[in-house]
Design a protein around this ligand. Structure first.
Ligand SMILES: NC(=O)c1ccc[n+]([C@@H]2O[C@H](COP(=O)([O-])OP(=O)(O)OC[C@H]3O[C@@H](n4cnc5c(N)ncnc54)[C@H](OP(=O)(O)O)[C@@H]3O)[C@@H](O)[C@H]2O)c1
Length: 284
């Protein structure tokens, strides 16, 4: 029941109307009986400063930040947690009595999703496809977790820049792989985990994939971060190769769970969040 005591949470982005975060977080708030409400605000780049200022003015307790503001928002926050500072992007803000603290939960969400199928990421050999915003957060989290990381990207210079940045900040080696089928095939043959962090395979181009079943093996764990559709072509190819799979919904839910835990200090009801998000996705 919304009342004068209801605490407000939000997502800010542009566009934001299709975000699944309101459905996911409101389901979690309901499940735990919290008098909290999560809404979506479309905030243009030119209004971002005012948007962030309104978090203080309206005493909004927590905010998710999405495309295209994850980097620009750093200019308007009071503090950053260590990981957000390292990668230079924020997707979660906590309002601590008017002080705005920025976090990044994308990479941690991906690691939590991976841990559903992989016991130990330390020393696991991982091929990450992509060097965009999501890939960046995942790559840093993997490197911090001790994975042996290879990065491949269509624009090779972006893979090189990301690898350079990780090597500088985490002092670990990262391999740079050109996005060519024969190169990928060789790396995958030796890999434990393959992650697609590109937008390839996303609706409406859902028949596209960068890797097919003949390039995979049955000991591989294949994770796609694309969640629309939930079962992407890449995951279907992985099933053909008898590899284990993790869908993009898992990361979405786990990064949301991380934000939820930062805001509330309580464990997130993962199953409820996943069910609500999946239903919203399936109903279009
Ligand atoms: N599951 C989750 O929680 C979650 C979270 C965040 C994002 N996502 C999804 O992840 C995907 C990427 O998001 P993002 O924010 O990282 O986007 P982004 O910053 O725009 O990066 C897009 C990435 O995809 C690559 N790419 C795009 N089209 C390609 C093609 N035809 N062939 C090869 N590579 C291609 C880009 O390569 P270039 O550098 O060469 O352009 C880049 O690496 C989206 O589908 C998004 O919905 C999921």
């Amino acid at each position: 029941m919304i009342s004068g005591k209801t605490k407000i949470f939000a997502i800010m982005g542009d566009p934001v109307e299709h975000s699944l975060s309101p459905t996911m977080h409101n389901a979690a708030f309901r499940e735990l009986g919290l008098n909290y409400l999560y809404v979506a605000f479309r905030v243009s780049s030119s209004s971002l400063r005012n948007g962030v200022e309104s978090i203080r003015a309206l005493n909004i307790k927590g905010v998710n930040i999405t495309i295209p503001h994850k980097i620009a928002v750093l200019n308007y926050l009071d503090e950053l947690d260590e990981f957000a500072k390292m990668i230079g992007a924020v997707n979660t803000i906590k309002n601590e009595c008017g002080r705005l603290r920025g976090f990044n939960t994308d990479g941690k969400g991906a690691i939590r999703a991976l841990k559903e199928k992989v016991k130990d990421i330390r020393d696991a050999s991982v091929l990450l496809l992509g060097a965009g915003g999501a890939a960046r957060s995942i790559a840093f989290s993997l490197a911090k977790s001790g994975a042996e990381l290879s990065i491949s990207n269509r624009t090779f210079s972006k893979a090189e820049d990301l690898a350079d940045s990780i090597e500088r900040k985490i002092k670990t080696k990262v391999k740079r792989i050109p996005l060519k089928q024969e190169k990928l095939k060789k790396v995958i043959a030796e890999a434990d985990i393959l992650i697609n962090a590109t937008s390839v395979g996303m609706y409406p181009k859902e028949n596209e994939t960068l890797v097919t079943s003949d390039m995979m093996h049955s000991d591989l764990v294949v994770k796609d971060i694309v969640y629309k559709p939930v079962k992407t072509r890449l995951l279907r190819e992985a099933e053909k190769a008898k590899a284990d799979t993790i869908d993009g919904l898992s990361m979405l839910v786990h990064q949301g769970a991380e934000s939820f835990e930062i805001w509330t200090g309580q464990s997130a009801p993962i199953d409820v969040m996943r069910r609500a998000t999946k239903e919203a996705l399936e109903s279009g």
